[in-house]
Ligand binder design. Sequence first.
Ligand code: ZN
Length: 438
Amino acid sequence: MSGRKDFSNSEEVPPIDLHGLVRELFPINRSLTGAGVRETLAILARHVQLEVREVPSGTAVLDWQVPLEWNIRGATVRTLDGRCLVDFARNNLHVVGYSKPIHREVSRAELAQHVHTLPQQPELIPYRTGYFADDWGFCITDNLWQKMQDETYRIDIDSDLSPGSLTYGEFFLPGELSDEVLITAHICHPSLANDNLSGIAVAVALAMRQAQRQRRLGFRVLFIPATIGAITWLAHNENHLDRILHGLVLTCVGDAGRFHYKQSRSGAPIDGAMAHVLRHSGHPHEIMAFNPYGYDERQFCSPAFDLPMGCLMRSVHGTFPEYHTSADNPDFVKPEALDQSYAVVASLLDLLDANRTYVRTDGRGEPQLGRRGLYRAIAGQKEAGGATQMDLLWVLNLADGKSSLLEMADRAEISFHRIQSAARLALEANLIREVIRD
Ligand code: ZN
């Protein structure tokens, strides 16, 4: 088998400390645009060769426009005698994303119109954005807000919204074929760990991994601000989208919850591949049907693109109490969970790269196995957990020029690794040959 690669369900160790990277990126104030996104990409570029692209504000992209760039240096809420009650420097969730600058005294009643709290989770700070709102706001704990009973407060938001650019990162490794696998992670959230520093960290580690391997398929990773980033990339790459054979949005992959895989809109082959990997990983998981809510699969799977993309999560956005709050911090993200997510996607990438279709060189009847030393070969493999005689019979029967190795494995109810081992034996004995699709 050319470019021999073993598919294995063993837990592969990531090439970097994923939790360490999450902790390093956590304090940075990210948004749709701005210095925090660039700083984040600069840290990622220490690990992988990243192309950082800047798209000017005002650029028309599909039905949208690249927004003004937002930057913020600080923000506080103070009592009139100067006590600082809320400080952006302590937690960047304190300011609503894209808040316009403001420096003045406001009544408590006016401030109330601009304060967001979580009365049901009074000790947590919510995460809010107002990208297109032309407004300002603070996010604070409900406990603090209940204690703030002065008539007037001094507020300062030292921010600016001005023409600049939208920044995103793109990583690409060519393969032997022009077809490629696309992984995306959103980079527009400030200090939130599971959503989505977890996805960013796992995607970087996968890029480092793939760079060290022979690849049949190209491998592309996008680090993009959600929605507008995906729309911008799609608008600029419209002519190359047919190269994407498989795609995966990675988000919320660091918590201790079970895996959730949301299927592609079109029922693409990645759905079967991901289901196979999860089933054979032994990890608890759930497969979810496509729906038009969630992350950037909304853009990639819009009807005119309909890319073959699914979304891998552990806990699903909006269903865990830490979601979009200050409790989505590095403690909520578990090193073992990150490593497991990495290993699952690594297995998926190996499977996608190794999934081939074969046809029997002579499909009439069964070939004589003994004459070709195949019984002996199988006995040798069996001890190493490889293919069994039954696995080989499946390959020899299903090598009909139509069934992929993955389809064979699923039909035989065995792991891809075993069917791959059996196919290798059959290939070495010249009993099958690969069918190259055009
Ligand atoms: Zn989010």
